[in-house]
Design a binder for this molecule. Structure first.
Ligand code: ATP
Length: 229
C-alpha cells in the first residue's frame, strides 16, 4: 500500500485552476521532496493530502483511504509553514496542549522535548525561543502520536545554516523509524541528502519526478531550483 496516492487531481479556487491533473505517489517509508517556486501549488497539494481540501477533480488516498476520515487524519503529522504557538506557554505546556488535542499520551511530551533538543528549555516561554527552537518544537508537535505520514511545509525557511542542519538531522532520525515524509521546499540545496525522490511542481503541473540523479541526467533539469522573485 502507498502512503499517498494522488490520481488525476485538479484543484480550483474560484475560476483559477492551481493544480492540473496531478499524479503522485509516495511509498511507505519514503521521503519525497516537493519542490517549486512560490505559488507552484505545494501547499495546496499538502492540504489535499491532509484532507483539509476536497479535490475539484480526481482522487487522493492516504494509507489506502480518504484522508478526510478521522482515523486517517490521526495518522498524519503536519508542520505548517510559519508555525505559530501561544507565546506565553512554555515548550512543555505547548506540547501538552497539542497532545491533548491529538488525544495522545502526555507521557510522550518529555521524551519528545529531549529528542528535539529542547529539554533544557522545556520550562521557558515559547516567546523566548529562537526561530530554530520554534521549528524544532513544531517538528515535535507534528510527530506527537507517532504519525505514519509526516508533512513538512518549508521547515527550514528563516533558519540559519546550523539550525537547518539540526532540523534535517532530526528528520533523518525520523526516517529510520519508517515514517513516510513529504518535505516541501522552494530550494534544493541542503535538502538533497535527506530525500529519496524529488517531485518538481511548476505552475500547478508536475514537471518531473524521480531520484535526483534521474532528474539531472534523464530530464536534463537544472541542478538548482530557486524561488523566483
Ligand atoms: P508558497 O510557497 O508561496 O506557499 P505554494 O507552492 O505552496 O507557494 P500554493 O500556496 O499552493 O503554492 O498556491 C498555489 C496558487 O493558489 C497560488 O497562485 C495562490 O495564490 C493560490 N491560492 C492558494 N490558496 C488559495 C485560496 N484559498 N484562494 C485562492 N487562491 C489561493
Amino acid at each position: 500500500m502507498s502512503a499517498v496516492e494522488i490520481q488525476g487531481v485538479s484543484q480550483r479556487y474560484g475560476d483559477m485552476t492551481v493544480l492540473h491533473d496531478l499524479n503522485l505517489s509516495l511509498g511507505e517509508g519514503e521521503v519525497l521532496g516537493l519542490f517549486g517556486h512560490n505559488g507552484a501549488g505545494k501547499t495546496t497539494t499538502m492540504k489535499l493530502i491532509l484532507g483539509l481540501l476536497q479535490a475539484s477533480e480526481g482522487q487522493v488516498q492516504v494509507l489506502g483511504r480518504d484522508p478526510r476520515t478521522t482515523d486517517v487524519r490521526r495518522q498524519m503529522g503536519y508542520l505548517p509553514e510559519n508555525v505559530t504557538f501561544y507565546p506565553q506557554l512554555t515548550g512543555r505546556e505547548t506540547l501538552r496542549h497539542f497532545a491533548r488535542l491529538k488525544s495522545t499520551p502526555l507521557g510522550q511530551v518529555d521524551d519528545l522535548l529531549e529528542q528535539v533538543g529542547l529539554a533544557h528549555a522545556a520550562d521557558r516561554r515559547v516567546k523566548t525561543y529562537s526561530k530554530g527552537m520554534r521549528q524544532r518544537l513544531g517538528l515535535a508537535q507534528a510527530v506527537l502520536g507517532e504519525p505514519r505520514l509526516l508533512l513538512l511545509d518549508e521547515p527550514t525557511v528563516g533558519l540559519d545554516p546550523i539550525a537547518t542542519q539540526e532540523l534535517y538531522l532530526l528528520i533523518d532520525r525520523l526516517r529510520q523509524t519508517g515514517t513516510s515524509v513529504i518535505l516541501c521546499s522552494h530550494v534544493l540545496p541542503g535538502v538533497e541528502a535527506h530525500i529519496n525522490r524529488a517531485a518538481i511542481l511548476a505552475k500547478g503541473r508536475l514537471q518531473a519526478i524521480g531520484s535526483l540523479k534521474q532528474l539531472r541526467s534523464e530530464a536534463g533539469l537544472p541542478v538548482r531550483i530557486r524561488a523566483s522573485g
